[in-house]
Design a protein around this ligand. Structure first.
Ligand code: ADP
Length: 188
């Protein structure tokens, strides 16, 4: 079974945790745009320097930059038979660009999972993570802004995938292992 999966959901819904577990279960690479940006920030690359300004403000990195990065990543060998995208696409322009990349490769998406969680829960989780990990975009103001940007720019994308019959909504509240099982069941 080839799996080309998108994981979508607000910051703090647990996408990163679930992406790693699903990738393992399905033997596909988990591709997190947030992780790739953070690795570039840490390595002080040109891409990292550019991305950092946006990330620290809770804004999205410009589409052209993000799209190019994802195109490069998806063209690597390990993504040929399948992949799980965590944190991409996040804008309508990114949806269009991903469609173009998939068409060019002669492939299509298998499913889009929307991991849901209410705002109070995700703010609480992100604040708890901020205390532990100290991510530079985890201050309360920036967290609130990231949630607004998500609601405005990314949440509407679920309608596009719902219309295509690809969307599976999964409750992101509960035990980690239980949520993984829910997602796998929803994809079957
Ligand atoms: P979260 O889901 O908790 O917001 P991520 O690790 O997915 O965090 O992303 C962190 C930051 O990286 C985002 O706030 C944004 O600045 C940038 N980023 C990640 N993915 C994208 C994307 N697809 N488009 C634009 N910016 C992105």
């Amino acid at each position: 079974m080839s799996s080309r999966i998108i994981l979508i959901g607000p910051p703090g819904a647990g996408k990163g945790t679930q992406a790693a577990r699903l990738a393992e279960a399905l033997s596909i690479p988990a591709i997190s745009t947030g992780d790739i940006f953070r690795a570039n920030v840490k390595g002080e690359t040109e891409l990292g320097k550019l991305a950092k300004r946006y990330m620290d403000a809770g804004e999205y990195v410009p589409d052209e930059v993000t799209n190019k990065m994802v195109a490069d990543r998806l063209s690597q060998d390990d993504a040929r038979e399948g992949f799980l995208l965590d944190g991409y696409p996040r804008t309508a322009a990114q949806v269009a660009e991903l469609d173009r990349m998939l068409a060019e490769a002669g492939t299509e998406l298998s499913g889009v999972v929307e991991l849901t969680a209410d705002t109070d829960e995700v703010v609480a989780r992100l604040l708890a993570r901020a205390e532990k990990e100290g991510r530079s975009d985890d201050s309360e103001d920036v967290i609130r802004h990231r949630l607004d940007v998500y609601a405005e720019q990314t949440q509407p994308l679920t309608d596009i995938y719902r219309e295509r019959g690809l969307l599976r909504e999964v409750d992101g509240l509960g035990e980690v292992a239980e949520i993984t099982d829910r997602i796998l069941a929803a994809l079957r």
